[in-house]
Ligand binder design. Sequence first.
Ligand SMILES: Nc1ncnc2c1ncn2[C@@H]1O[C@H](COP(=O)(O)OP(=O)(O)OP(=O)(O)O)[C@@H](O)[C@H]1O
Length: 405
Amino acid sequence: MSAIKAAHLYKVFGKRPESGVRRLRDGATRADLQQQGMTAAVIDATFEVDPGEIFVVMGLSGSGKSTLIRMVNGLLPLTDGEIYIHDKPLSGLGKAGLRQVRRDNVSMVFQHFALLPHRTVGENAAYALKIKGLNRADREKKAGEALEMVGLGGWGGYKPSELSGGMQQRVGLARALAAGTDIMLMDEAFSALDPLIRRGMQDQLIELQQKLEKTVLFITHDLNEAMRLGDRIAMMRDGRIEQIGTAEEILNDPASNYVSRFVADVDRTRVLTAGSIAEPPYEVLGSEQGPLMAQKILREHQPSWLLVVGRGRKPVGMVWEDDVARAVREGRKDLPFSKVHEMPVVHRDTPINELFEHSAKHLAPLVVTDDDGRVEGVIPRVTLLTAATPVVEQETDEDLEGAHA
Ligand SMILES: Nc1ncnc2c1ncn2[C@@H]1O[C@H](COP(=O)(O)OP(=O)(O)OP(=O)(O)O)[C@@H](O)[C@H]1O
């Protein structure tokens, strides 16, 4: 089940929006509609957001992001298509039904905080709970907990104007958290903040999301923010979604020239992860396999070292060609484990720029592991990595087994 699903969404502003949709379906462009006095704000947008995912909609000014998010929370009627919240269509809900969805399922964080200036921080955080009809004690308790979560415990009695911009946006976030909805829509929520504070807010959102497992639909025009926050990113251009994918997919395999030009300036070392540049470990030796097998693999593939894996493909370390040759010469049956050298192990999600530290410390190849600590690949020489390192297809389990045999 998806948390949010949009199917072939259209929003056309103007006199005869339905005819606008028909014309778009027949191949008309945004400019064609413009000539007839209509604006095609969103054109045939389809996407699904999984529960617990941060899904970022990224696009330049006028690309249709705000229109899209306002349709998702039912503030703006669709011209065509459908939106589902937890698989229930929004169309036909009526005003009361939509209000209920906003109360129970979807809360919103705005760019300019939208706080009530004459109410205290605590009252602002509790705002949605009042609408829900909670009594004062429960409201204060929940709002207090939410303020605590965003690092504003103790600020409940102040007025918003007494807080900095960053703190005010934390109040906005606390208000959405206090509402207790599982979906949060965030419209350019950090765009008005200074870069440093903005980064802190991004970190806090990632941390909160991991803890609370909220579904977040986040809108931004800042590609670096999109890449930092998004589990997946939808790239919008002129009302259409050009590509949906992870930051790595968009960087490595842009769907169009537009996307490719757009991502050209991104600092890849911050976005690409160990998993995306790891090479499949052909030269794998099971820790139970002896020197003769090691020699066979070395002869076939001609590497200068072998990765040794133990049970469940957990990394054990590495042996150099010389270690193997010596063991064979000495007629050993087992690989002497004193000769297995330590290898730095990194999780597949480690950003590339952090790998340089590892390699500088160890001067050894890196082993990249998955969530279960199993070997997924190796990065032979990190010091030679460049931002443009191509992606290597990962091997399947069968391939790895094959390498063992
Ligand atoms: N109520 C409206 N009536 C007519 N046109 C509209 C309306 N709202 C938005 N538009 C137009 O729809 C297009 C998409 O606007 P939208 O605000 O969704 O884009 P955006 O990507 O959110 O841009 P920004 O980042 O500047 O807010 C624009 O051309 C805009 O002028």
